[in-house]
Write a protein that binds this ligand. Structure first.
Ligand SMILES: Nc1ncnc2c1ncn2[C@@H]1O[C@H](COP(=O)(O)OP(=O)(O)OP(=O)(O)O)[C@@H](O)[C@H]1O
Ligand SMILES: [Mg+2]
Length: 381
C-alpha cells in the first residue's frame, strides 16, 4: 500500500496544501517550527483511523476542513466539521487500517517490570486508533515472550520465528558493538554493550529511540496480522515517524533512514525532521521541503543534484533546503559588520579591535581568517 498524493484544506494550522507524487519508499518532510509537519502526519494517520479521528481539528476561524489521500489509485477523504467528523471513503474501507503505523514524538522507555508473560492481546482495536500513535508499553512483553517461546520447537509460527530473529538483530544495527544477549529469570532483556551487560532500559536515549521504532514496528505488525502472518520485513504498508532524529547524535541521524529502509524495504516511510544530517542521506525526490505563509503551504522546488544530497555540505542543506537565512550567530554578524565598516572608514583602531574579537570567535582553521588579517594589514599600511 502506498500513498500517492495528499490534499489538506483548513485543518489544524494548514489552510491549503497539495502534495503530489509521494516517493514509494521514503519521504522526508522538513520546514520551520510550526509550519505544519505534525499536522500533516496527524492528518494522514486520522484518515486511516476510526475512533480517534479527532486528533485533527478544523482551522481556527473556519467551519469546515477537508482531507484527501490517494492510495494505490483509490481516494480516501474526510470532511471535518467543527462539531463532528464525517468519514466518507470512496472504495476504501471506512475502518482503521492495519497497514498504517504512526510513531509520534514520545519515544522514551520507562522501566517496566514484566512480572509474568501474558498471552497475546486481541488485535481488533489496534488499527482503529492509528492517530494516537504506537504504544510502546508492550514491546518488552512481546520480545520476552517470543524469545522464550523461540527456544521450543514449533511454539512459534515461521513468521514469528523470523520476526524475533529480526528483532534480536536490531540491537546491533546502529552500532555493531551492541548485541542482544539474553533474557533472565526476572523477564529482563539483557544487552551486551561496550561497558558490560545491562538491562534494556539502561541503554542511552538515542539507542532506545531507535529500538522503539524498530521493535515497536515489528511487534505491532505481528500483533496486527496474527491471522495473516505478515513477516515484518515483508510489510508493505505506511510508517509515519515524527521527528526521526529525536535523541540521536548527528552520526546516527545520518544512518537512521538507511537502517529503516533496509529493515522494512517494502514499507513507505513518511517522516518529518529538523536534521540536515537526515536530509544529507536522501535521494533527490525523497525530500519535501515546505514553505508558505498563513497556512498556505507548498512543496518548494529545489535545485537538486541528480544523485540527491549526498555530496552537499550540512551548511548547503541548511541554507538551500531548510531555508536557514544565516548559519552564523548574530554576535558574529555584528562584529563582522563593525570590521567591514571600520575598513570602509579607514578606522585602524576600530578595525583592529573588531579583528581581535573575530580572532577569538572564529574556528581555528577558518579559511577566511587569512583574508581578514590581510585586509587589516593593508589598512595599517
Ligand atoms: N485549529 C487550529 N487552527 C489554527 N492553527 C492551528 C490549529 N491547530 C494547530 N494550529 C497551528 O498549526 C501550527 C502547525 O503545527 P505543527 O505542530 O504541525 O508544526 P510542526 O511543523 O510540526 O512544528 P515543529 O517542528 O515545531 O514540531 C502550529 O503553529 C499551531 O499553532
Ligand atoms: Mg511537529
Amino acid at each position: 500500500m502506498k500513498i500517492e498524493s495528499l490534499k489538506i484544506k483548513n485543518v489544524g494550522g494548514i489552510s491549503s496544501l497539495t502534495l503530489d507524487k509521494f516517493h514509494p519508499n521514503l519521504n522526508i518532510i522538513c520546514g520551520e517550527n510550526g509550519i505544519g509537519k505534525t499536522n500533516i502526519l496527524d492528518s494522514i494517520a486520522s484518515l486511516f483511523s476510526f475512533f480517534d479521528s479527532d486528533y485533527v481539528n478544523v482551522k481556527s476561524g473556519f467551519n469546515n476542513g477537508y482531507l484527501e489521500c490517494k492510495i494505490d489509485g483509490c481516494i480516501k477523504q474526510r470532511h471535518i466539521n467543527k462539531k463532528y467528523i464525517n468519514l466518507i471513503d470512496k472504495q476504501c474501507v471506512n475502518i482503521g487500517d492495519f497497514n498504517l503505523l504512526y510513531l509520534k514524538v514520545n519515544r522514551v522507555f520507562d522501566y517496566n517490570k514484566e512480572g509474568s508473560i501474558h498471552s497475546d492481546p486481541t488485535f481488533s482495536d489496534r488499527a482503529n486508533r492509528n492517530a494516537e500513535g504506537l504504544d510502546n508499553s508492550d514491546i518488552k512483553q512481546w520480545f520476552v515472550s517470543r524469545y522464550l517461546h523461540s527456544a521450543q520447537i514449533n511454539n512459534l509460527t515461521e513468521t514469528q520465528q523470523k520476526n524475533i530473529a529480526l528483532a534480536k538483530k536490531c540491537f546491533s544495527f546502529l552500532d555493531s558493538r551492541f548485541n542482544f544477549s539474553r533474557t533472565n529469570t526476572l523477564n529482563e532483556i539483557i544487552v551486551e554493550t561496550p561497558t558490560g551487560e545491562i538491562y534494556f532500559e539502561l541503554l542511552s536515549s538515542g539507542f532506545k529511540s531507535i529500538l522503539f521504532i524498530l521493535l515497536g514496528v515489528i511487534k505491532e505488525i505481528e500483533y496486527r496480522f496474527q491471522e495473516h502472518h505478515v513477516q515484518a520485513s515483508e510489510f508493505d504498508g505506511i510508517i509515519l515517524i515524527d521527528e526521526i532524529e529525536l535523541h540521536l547524535h548527528p552520526e546516527w541521524q545520518g544512518k537512521v533512514c538507511s537502517v529503516l529502509t533496509k529493515t522494512f524495504p517494502k514499507a513507505q516511510f513518511i517522516i518529518s525532521t529538523h536534521s540536515p544530517h537526515v536530509i544529507q542521506t536522501a535521494e533527490a525526490n525523497e525530500v519535501i521541503a515546505l514553505s508558505g505563509e498563513n497556512g498556505h503551504l507548498e512543496k518548494r522546488t529545489l535545485d537538486i543534484a541528480p544523485n540527491g544530497f549526498k555530496g552537499w555540505t550540512i551548511e548547503e542543506i541548511l541554507m538551500d533546503v531548510m531555508a536557514m537565512k544565516d548559519t552564523r550567530t548574530e554576535l558574529y554578524r555584528e562584529i563582522k559588520e563593525k570590521f567591514d565598516d571600520a575598513l570602509d572608514n579607514n578606522d585602524i583602531e576600530a578595525a583592529t579591535e573588531a579583528y581581535q574579537e573575530l580572532d577569538k570567535l572564529l574556528h581555528p582553521t577558518y579559511p577566511l581568517r587569512a583574508l581578514f588579517k590581510m585586509q587589516l594589514d593593508k589598512l595599517k599600511g
